[in-house]
Write a protein that binds this ligand. Structure first.
Ligand code: ADP
Length: 644
């Protein structure tokens, strides 16, 4: 009985041990037990589950043949056949392999030769998930590090216990001017971030309480004393069971400056907006279903708007509310600006408003905005004034045209009269010469034929008559040559001045009792002129030169030619006569003007007038220099004759 009991107990115990072993086997990671020919002797449930294979498919099969050869892994060959035969065991060899129906797995293989039973134990640990997790952690670490290194925000990591910096990114050094080394171990107030130790403690208390603090703009001083504005955010969080403080510091100096500039420009815009005399408004175009601009709403109007338009409280209202009859033109124009973005400048009448406007309109924002800004001036009065001015101008133009016609007509009449008078004086002068000549002849006869019969007084009277007759004849001749100069044809041609002057010298007036000395200093060039007119000029100038000398003195005359700066040729007639006083210079070229007493110097006062007229007709120039007692230098300037 006892034996039976013992056997029963033993069996009990055996069963227990087996169950225990079975439980252990199921609890451990997948494993296989192979015989010497690498056939599977045992496999646990974990193996079947893990590699989705049934026990029947495994037992007594060679490991490389399992599940269509999916364990035919080259690395496994090497381990089992190589390593195992030499070393009896291998541990934690990592293998990544694609298993059919299971996918890509990473396994840790451990094997040992179980000596006394000729078996090989192969333990397979699937670490695919663990590896993925590790890889994930590594990636996020790398990412975090990169972010930390490259961030354009300053990042500080602090130890919450001590409040000291344990890490700082490069930008932090850039911002503050302290090297990373200098930053490590410092507290925030020591690097110019918080004002002092007290402020720092206060901030830490707050951080503990809220786990988060944020300062919108914190003044910060760099190592070199530069001031910056920063945004400061600090978080307290857990990292691997420790608390860590991360501070992010963003330099907002530029942003602040931009905001300030924006604010200022907004201010300036407002001031301008309200101070300009022009009307200014921003409108929003309103369209009907077919996308046609049919109305617009005033979004903003400036102070001058009301004065310029006469519309009160326009902001927020539609133009159709304010001016129901506003013409189509305005919607089309502003609608066009909103659509195309092309600004327009125009002057147009708003008939319904009884005003004219000078307008500049441009789109605000992009094509979707539908907003148009309009700068404009009421020019109704200006237009009225312009219209009046235009009418006045037209009137003046009309009058001046009429006046011109009248002047033209009168000038023509006057010229006709002058022509007639000149013709008349010419014919009178001409006709006067015949009776005058007969009077002179008869006086001459009387003197010659009745010389003995007349007493001295009668002879003297007769001679007086003859002298007067001669003077009258010269006057008539001069008047005739003057009128001839005015009306004769005078074509321009090259004139051989040298020959012309020499010919005239030969015939110098013989009225002068003393023979004049005339020298031509330089050869005289050919000039462009009219020979007849030139001959008249030279003759008159020469005869004046020899005439106006002190009584009894021998006249000396020098004739020369000189090329002027502007290439004109000046012909000078220089005498050593009595000269002309400065106050008389202006009048000697006028008709009948004479400076010296006619009793001393005969003449008619026509000679220089003829010279002036002749020079005018040849488009030449005349002038003189003279001083009383020092002689005179009269000159004519002409163009050189073109060389042939
Ligand atoms: P006329 O010689 O017939 O008097 P002109 O018209 O030739 O008239 O000259 C006007 C006046 O200019 C002369 O009366 C004279 O007083 C003055 N005059 C002209 N040429 C000379 C000169 N070479 N020297 C001094 N006076 C001159």
């Amino acid at each position: 009985m006892a034996e039976f009991e013992d056997a029963f107990l033993l069996q009990e115990e055996l069963l227990l041990t087996r169950d225990y072993a079975a439980a252990v086997i199921e609890a451990v990671p997948p494993f296989l037990v192979l015989d010497q020919r690498l056939r599977v002797q045992t496999a646990n449930e974990a193996f079947c589950k893990c590699f989705k294979i049934s026990m029947e498919e495994i037992l007594n099969r060679k490991i490389y043949e399992l599940g269509n050869g999916q364990w035919n892994i080259p690395q496994l060959h090497a381990l089992i056949e190589g390593v195992l035969s030499r070393n009896k065991s291998f541990k934690d060899f990592e293998v990544t392999h694609e298993f059919k129906g299971v996918g890509k797995r990473t396994l840790l293989l451990s094997g040992r030769q179980v000596d006394h039973i000729d078996r090989i134990l192969l333990l397979i640990q699937d670490i695919t998930e663990r590896r993925a997790e590790q890889a994930g952690i590594r990636t996020s670490e790398v990412r975090y590090r990169r972010l930390f290194e490259a961030a354009r925000d300053g990042i500080l990591i602090l130890d919450p216990e001590t409040g000291k910096i344990t890490d700082a990114n490069p930008f932090m050094s850039e911002l503050l001017g302290y090297s990373r080394k200098e930053l490590l171990g410092k507290e925030l107030w020591q690097i110019g971030l918080l004002k002092d130790e007290k402020a720092s403690q206060c901030a830490f208390r707050q951080l503990r309480r809220k786990r988060f603090i944020r300062y919108e703009d914190l003044p910060l001083q760099t190592k070199t004393g530069q001031r910056h504005e920063v945004e400061f955010v600090s978080n307290l969080y857990q990292e691997n069971g420790h608390e860590v403080i991360q501070c992010n510091i963003r330099d907002i100096t530029t942003r602040k400056k931009t905001e300030q500039a924006l604010h200022e420009s907004e201010e300036r815009y407002r001031t301008l907006f309200n101070s300009i005399d022009e009307g200014f408004c921003v409108i929003e175009m309103l369209y009907d279903k077919s996308n046609k601009a049919v109305d617009y709403r005033f979004l903003e109007v400036n102070r001058s708007f009301q004065k310029q338009t006469g519309l009160r409280h326009a902001a927020g209202k539609r133009i159709r509310e304010l001016v129901p009859a506003q013409e189509e033109y305005w919607f089309e124009t502003y609608g066009g600006v909103a659509l195309t973005g092309i600004p327009v400048r125009f002057v147009h009448e708003a008939r319904a408003m009884k005003r004219w406007f000078d307008v500049y309109a441009f789109r605000l924002g992009g094509p979707e905005s539908r907003k148009v800004a309009i700068l404009f001036t009421n020019i109704t009065e200006r237009r009225a004034a312009e219209a009046a001015l235009l009418e006045a101008k037209n009137n003046i133009a009309r009058h001046s045209l009429e006046l011109e016609l009248v002047v033209d007509e009168r000038t023509r009449a006057l010229q006709a009269t002058i022509g007639e008078l000149e013709a008349f004086s010419y014919s009178v002068s001409h006709d006067m010469r015949a009776p005058l000549r007969s009077m002179q002849s008869y006086a001459q006869f009387l003197v010659e034929e009745y010389a003995g019969k007349l007493d001295e007084k009668a002879t003297d009277y007769l001679q007086q008559i003859m002298r007067s007759g001669n003077r009258l004849d010269r006057l008539i001749q001069d008047v005739l040559s003057y009128t001839r100069i005015l009306h004769s044809k005078a074509p321009m041609q090259p004139v051989n001045l040298d020959r012309l002057v020499r010919d005239i010298i030969e015939t110098i007036p013989n009225g002068q009792p003393i023979k004049a000395e005339v020298i031509i200093l330089t050869p005289l060039p050919d000039v462009s002129g009219n020979e007849a007119l030139l001959a008249q000029c030279v003759s008159n100038l020469l005869s004046n030169g020899v005439k106006f000398v002190r009584p009894g003195a021998t006249p000396h005359l020098e004739i020369s030619a000189q090329t002027m700066d502007d290439a004109w040729i000046r012909i000078s007639f220089k005498d050593d006569g009595i000269g002309i006083a400065a106050e008389d210079h202006a009048r000697i070229f006028r008709l009948f003007e004479r400076v010296h007493a006619s009793a001393d110097y005969e003449g008619t006062g026509i000679g220089l007038t003829i010279v002036r007229k002749a020079v005018e007709r040849m488009a030449a120039r005349v002038g003189f220099e003279s001083e009383p007692g020092k002689g005179s230098n009269f000159w004519i300037e002409l163009n050189q004759a073109p060389t042939q």
